[in-house]
Write a protein that binds this ligand. Structure first.
Ligand code: SAH
Length: 216
């Protein structure tokens, strides 16, 4: 084959993930399996396995493989967990989650991106485990709450209260906070009415926006 995507995927897992600090075998297996390039416009396929974010249109990006792995690993998932993802984007992170857990709710504010992500996730057979919502994910998705894990893939200025409220007891919220600079990826763990906050690493994400900020 002209472009050996399977080989690139194996190298991505070895050099970008395993050699760093990704040790969760379910995350590594999922990322070795999922054809990441198919979540991108074809002109970006050759960049799909680079150690960097990749454009997906509308000024948005598919997160760097390491960041996807980090966030998934930090969510401490169990198969039976109910998971909410805020920021469907390309749908790639959604697929990684759907490989590991039974039910993923994903919320995207840009309808066109949501539609494309849904199409590819349906084509790859993930749709039965994914519920798609077009909405402002700053408010979470109340109807299916509480969640054992919530992953936010766009940077918030502060932690949206709806998201901590929608965590189940013992639930984890993984979220980048800070805009435009000095973003930090946090993990908030709910224990009853206590919320334990840990700083995981520095990061760069596109902003979490409101409907008015989305140009149509
Ligand atoms: N996980 C995605 C990341 C996409 S970038 C991937 O790897 O492809 C972040 C996404 O969050 C963008 O698609 C953007 O439109 C979306 N987003 C930004 N603000 C949002 C909000 N308030 N609610 C839901 N989605 C939002």
């Amino acid at each position: 084959m002209l472009w050996d995507f399977e080989k690139r995927r194996k190298e991505m897992v070895e050099y970008q993930l395993r050699l760093r600090d990704i040790i969760d075998e379910r995350v590594l297996r999922a990322m070795e399996k999922i054809p990441r390039h198919l979540f991108l416009p074809v002109e970006f396929w050759l960049r799909a396995y680079d150690d960097a974010p990749v454009p997906i249109g509308e000024g948005q990006t598919m997160s760097q493989p390491y960041m996807v792995a980090c966030m998934t690993q930090a969510s401490l998932l169990k198969k039976e967990d109910r998971v909410l993802e805020v920021g469907t984007g390309s749908g790639y992170q959604t697929a990684v989650l759907a490989e590991i857990v039974d039910k993923v709710h994903t919320v995207e504010i840009r309808p066109h991106l949501a539609k494309r992500a849904r199409e590819i996730l349906e084509e790859l057979g993930y749709a039965p485990r994914v519920a798609f919502h077009v909405a402002n994910g700053q408010y979470g998705y109340e109807e299916a709450a509480p969640y054992n894990a919530i992953l936010v893939t766009a940077a918030a200025q502060s932690i949206p209260p709806a998201l901590t409220e929608q965590l189940a007891d013992g639930g984890r919220l993984v979220i980048p906070v800070g805009w435009p600079e000095h973003q930090i990826l946090y993990r908030i763990t709910r224990q009853g009415d206590d919320f334990r906050r840990e700083q995981l690493l520095g990061c760069i994400f596109v902003p979490l926006v409101s409907k008015e900020e989305v140009k149509s």
